[in-house]
Design a protein around this ligand. Sequence first.
Ligand SMILES: [Zn+2]
Length: 377
Amino acid sequence: MPVGTVATVKGVPQDILEELGVQILLGNTYHLYLRPGVETVRQLGGLHGFMAWPRAILTDSGGFQVFSLNELRKVSEEGVTFRSHLDGSSHFFSPESAMEAQIGLGADIIMAFDECTEYPADRARTKASMELTLRWAERSKKYFEEHKHEVPWNAAQYPVPSTQYPDGGATPAPMAGGNIWVLGTGYSTQSLFGIVQGGMDLELRKESAERTIEIGFPGYAIGGLSVGEPRERTREVVEATLQHLPADQPRYLMGVGTPEEIVEYASLGVDMMDCVLPTRAARHGLLFTAEGKVSIKQARYAQDAGPLDPKCGCRVCQRYSRAYLRHLYASNEVLAQVLNTVHNLSFYLDTMRRVRHSIQLGEESRFLSSVWSRPKP
Ligand SMILES: [Zn+2]
């Protein structure tokens, strides 16, 4: 999922995101709550209407941004008090208000309000934080169940059916715009995912996973990683936690990673990931290619007539030279950020397309071998 923090993937218009094959993007509740404000977005039809994006959207709960952008935050049982990074004004997020904000923003997938445990943290602190996240998960779900019909695109166009679909709720329902689908519940409303915490402690991760599943969500996220721990530790925690999450429901690893890492995590069983890396790196002139990383600001590219990535089919690599991209970057032109971001997103999306293709091939060969090995009647 490309990250569109304030309802825009920085520098890239929505029609180009569609052309790149973006199926779902992420918005940050914390930022959108502060500006333009939930009520403004709600009145304009939710994020889909506001940003003219008919495909799927996921919003985070705001918990991670409060954690990462606010050194002066105050956490209590009730919620978190924090100061706006825009004007210093004081705000409060609770599980209930984070759900209210996300229902108003109207993404397809929304996240339970959690506490992202800092790194490093001792076992007692990690356990206390995990317990708080579990209590907040229950409160998030309770509020969501009582208020999910308030999503801006629901009441107006697709009233919630009084009964579930015959298959128990797995049938996707059409949503505003007609060509996007609500995952998981079968209702024409949002899906609320739970978040597993537990720091770097594998036993606590297991306990957090099991107890979050007991509360019951249509999908589960692994949170609290990429917070400064070494990458081997991230992998270890991901692998251990995945074992305790249902493989037939979406498993979402939050906030990773490099192209190599997303391939690795997908191979472990992760279904969804989000990361600012492709877009943020692009704005700093760092480009991912089939031949490795390219720092386009380097003087060595000043005369280079070749494409950025000869193996990439994106509109940037098809049209422009490395020399031109280097010139745009050196001249601090807005177009440098646009073109660099389009290429990096294209590279990431191609990487995930290859992952999906190889999974399909693998499943096909497993299916075929199971057919071949079947005893003849
Ligand atoms: Zn390209």
